[in-house]
Design a protein around this ligand. Structure first.
Ligand SMILES: N[C@@H](CCC(=O)N[C@@H](CS)C(=O)NCC(=O)O)C(=O)O
Length: 204
């Protein structure tokens, strides 16, 4: 049994969008939970199984799975007919896993540290910085049109997402901007944003 815990307009929107892309909504129960928001609204939700009461969370037969990279990889493996990932165990899957863990371990920390205005030699040596992130995206997209090559994948869904939320963080690079635009126009994303807006209005 699969249960997905979602809070609209949050990091779990990427998982909700992936579930649409995979056509798997009828195989996964989605439960809406409340989270504390940056504007001071919201609160930790007792119904949320995340150890820190964050979203997203996927519970699969009692196993609590957190972190978007892990959740997206797991769902793609469970629903291979969705066509958003190579088969686990193939060399191509290794490339996808690289993008997903590079997102969690480098891209998002770099964006957050940069927006917070933080610098330190250890940060630079561990994560490099926005220029290195942009160079790596540019390199992949110059072979593109998507990060994994010919077809849109879970890597595009996850890695474009912070640039869709914080447009001013998007590198000033036509190749990257065009990729973000193409990801933003995906029907599944637009449908999920509309549902999130309705859920937010209902909760207000
Ligand atoms: N590294 C986690 C981050 C999860 C996260 O920070 N989620 C935010 C939503 S945007 C949250 O639940 N915040 C509520 C809180 O901090 O209590 C992931 O990528 O899944």
């Amino acid at each position: 049994m699969l249960t997905f815990y979602h809070a609209p307009n949050s990091r779990s929107t990427a998982v909700a969008t992936l579930i649409r892309e995979l056509g798997a909504a009828d195989r996964i129960e989605t439960r809406i939970v409340c989270i504390p928001r940056a504007d001071g609204t919201g609160h930790p939700d007792a119904a949320n199984p995340h150890p820190e009461k964050k979203v997203p969370v996927l519970v699969h037969d009692g196993h609590v799975i957190t972190e978007r990279g892990a959740i997206l990889l797991h769902l793609c493996a469970l629903f291979p007919q969705g066509g958003l990932a190579p088969a686990p165990g193939t060399a191509e899957w290794g490339s996808l896993a690289t993008w997903m863990t590079w997102y969690q371990g480098v891209l998002e920390p770099v964006l957050i540290l940069s927006r917070a205005g933080l610098t330190h030699p250890w940060l630079q040596s561990t994560f490099r910085g926005p220029d290195a992130v942009a160079a790596r995206l540019h390199d992949a997209l110059s072979r593109g049109p998507w990060l994994m090559g010919d077809s849109y994948s879970a890597a595009d869904l996850l890695l474009h997402s912070p640039f869709a939320w914080f447009e001013d963080a998007t590198p000033d690079d036509p190749l990257i901007r065009d990729w973000v635009d193409r990801c933003k126009r995906r029907p599944a994303r637009l449908a999920q944003l509309a549902e999130d807006t309705a859920l937010m209005a209902k909760a207000a």
